[in-house]
Design a protein around this ligand. Structure first.
Ligand code: HEM
Ligand SMILES: N[C@@H](CC(=O)c1ccccc1NC=O)C(=O)O
Length: 284
């Protein structure tokens, strides 16, 4: 008898299932717009490996979309001086960055010969023209006005990118927060032209030094500092892996976007979003 009872437990309980009100007008594919999404992979060549190239880039753009969503919301939290929810968003961004990093491993299965078979089809197109990537760079503080020119044919994107260029970056907002919380930050940092590249400042470094030396006094800011360091570390790893993957796939050829290729990507490794968080470490 007991055996029979157990058997009924493991079988599907129809009476419970019928309690679920299956919606008439929504389905998995409908909700996720898979019809549209899965029609977006249109290789320009008949080469087998072009599918991987397209899917890797499209997935990266989807993750970037999610990352921008979190980043903008986290910036609003910093503006409002409420760091709790921002921490949650920054942790999610870190996991997204790990996903993006992982994709280099998949792409490295593409050999130089595989890529050469369809590279010419790409013309002058390049990651250089990624609107979402540039949005992230600007929001994190790597401001470079010349980069918006790639979007001059799309006024909506051009204007939105221009707005992000001129707005305070995540780090600008964090510095304003340091001032709000009583740290003596120089006026030049608080009233700077936000469209210009950020230049490191002693008053900001001193604030971080104080926070790192006495974390118990400003635990939230200490935690924020470490989350920013994580974010920059991951971003740097992504840049590095991109550069190394490009090196193994196209060697030292020029980029389709008109740069020197690997040499351009190597130079980008010098960029720091949060410079004082790195220089302060030597002095602690
Ligand atoms: C075969 C694979 C790839 C090659 C050979 C490659 C090569 C390059 C090169 C040479 C550049 C410099 C600009 C240029 O002259 O074109 C560049 C920039 C860029 N690539 Fe890639 N890339 C590859 C894959 C990817 C992937 C998977 C992504 C992910 C979204 C990506 C995103 C970018 C971005 C955002 C830039 C602009 C970087 C900046 O301005 O700092 N690339 N790529
Ligand atoms: N810049 C690459 C081309 C390239 O990677 C690319 C071309 C079109 C769409 C996305 C691309 N990926 C990132 O740069 C190259 O020089 O081969």
């Amino acid at each position: 008898m007991t055996d029979q009872k157990d058997l009924t437990k493991t079988s599907i309980d129809i009476s419970e299932e019928t309690d679920i009100h299956w919606s008439q007008d929504i389905s998995y594919g409908g909700y996720l717009k898979l019809g549209k999404l899965l029609e977006c992979q249109e290789p320009l060549s008949d080469e087998h490996d072009e599918m991987l190239f397209i899917v890797i880039h499209q997935s990266a753009e989807l993750w970037m979309k999610c990352c921008i969503h979190e980043l903008m919301a986290a910036m609003e939290c910093v503006k409002k001086n409420t760091l709790g929810p921002a921490f949650k968003m920054l942790s999610r961004i870190a996991r997204i960055q790990a996903q993006l990093e992982q994709s280099w491993d998949v792409l490295s299965t593409l050999t130089p010969a595989d890529y050469a078979k369809f590279r010419d089809q790409l013309g002058q197109s390049s990651g250089f023209q990624s609107y979402q990537y540039r949005t992230i760079e600007f929001a994190l503080g790597n401001k470079n006005a010349a980069m918006i020119n790639a979007h001059k044919d799309n006024p909506k994107r051009y204007d939105a990118l221009s707005a992000t260029l001129h707005a305070p970056s995540f780090y600008d907002l964090v510095i304003a927060l340091l001032a709000k919380r009583g740290f003596p930050i120089s006026k030049t940092q608080l009233q700077r032209d936000f469209s210009q590249p950020y230049v490191a400042d002693e008053s900001v470094e001193n604030a971080w030094l104080q926070i790192y030396r006495n974390p118990e006094k400003e635990w939230e800011l200490y935690e924020l500092a470490e989350k920013l360091v994580d974010l920059e570390h991951q971003f740097h790893s992504w840049r590095f892996s991109h550069m190394k993957t490009v090196e193994r796939i196209i060697g030292y050829k020029q980029g389709t976007g008109g740069t020197g290729g690997v040499s351009y990507l190597v130079k980008a490794l010098d960029i720091r979003f949060f410079p004082e968080l790195w220089t302060a470490r030597t002095k602690i």
